[in-house]
Design a protein around this ligand. Sequence first.
Ligand SMILES: *Cc1c(COP(=O)(O)O)cnc(C)c1O
Length: 407
Amino acid sequence: MDFTKLASKYQTPLYIYDFDYIRAQFNSIKEAFRARKSLICYALKANSNLSVLKHLAALGAGCDCVSVGEIKRALFAGVAKYKIIFSGVGKDDGEIEFALKKDILMLNIESEAELKRVEKIAENLKITARISVRVNPNVDAKTHPYISTGLKKNKFGVDIDTAKKLYIYCKNSPFLEPVGIHCHIGSQILDIAPYRDATSVTADLLKSLKALDIDIKFFDVGGGLGICYKDEITIEPYDFAQAVLANLAGTDVTIVCELGRFLVGNGGYLLTKVLYEKYNGAKRFIIVDAAMNDLIRPSLYDAYHEIEAVNKSGGGILADVVGPVCESGDFLGKDVMLPSLENGDLLVVKSAGAYGFSMSSNYNSRERAAEVAVENGKDRLIRKRESFEDLINLERECLEGANEENR
Ligand SMILES: *Cc1c(COP(=O)(O)O)cnc(C)c1O
């Protein structure tokens, strides 16, 4: 990847996504489930750029959405409605109605109260809502507590007994059709055992529902497959598939996976320019033009991202790589070994394709970075750099209106 060329063509800070890598990741997971019917629903929240969605949709991906905004993005990018799932603990009436009217594949239900809301809204619309219930299997995904979701103490899903009750309730409702079982235990998972435990719990439920004549078609194992940021040993797609399928012998369900990070994480780079180098006492700082508003993972989760100097090698001195935002938590990397740097040098922050741009903000009135796709050796802009106009757009008219009234 020619970072120098990309920086001079598109300026910095810049997000760059390797679309060939994303395709290869998608194909590897699809291949792992080759023996079964499968639907890979990309978890939009990891990176919701329309061109990324279109790229994945063209490969056959569906989408896992957690808001109406995400459903709209998926549809806009050309994802088939029958491949869209709507998850999330707090869907409001408007969102439920929108999803039902759009006739998407299914809504993942996370509580009894939500199921009743969905039933009511479906009744008003005179339709039958396809649903799945999100089971909280009480399994420890052994990941960062902020991205662990499959434990009783987490807000997600319902326990197995409640789930069964909800399915029976659906069976007796003309407005609810249970088509799936869903489970998502967390993110950045590196250990296969929690997947095996969780799917064993949900597979038992599947079988007991079958005995009650409740026919589930989609077995949704969620997402969360971890990636390598530093030196982590990750789960191979094949082993992941085997762990899931081990519990499903003799069943004829379509496997659904909701992968986000796995598909895009290591296909993304955040390219940034060095502004200054300084020492506070013995402590070395490299100040760059990207900041926590561009990539919040280091500040939020203490996440590690590899940072490398572009076209500069040689030994170096440990430095903290920090941005211009007025917070001590504004850092992209700590104690990074970097050669001597000067204004204009480039650094690349790796593994930035997931939860990078999608978690970015305008904090400090900073315009968000541009995004570029690289595919078959060619680069193209997939999101323009924001302008000051974009920043004030929604405020300016109000300000002008208020000024008029006050006159
Ligand atoms: C966030 C999320 C995912 C994707 O998680 P990754 O770790 O990015 O694979 C999948 N399903 C649900 C319900 C989620 O909330």
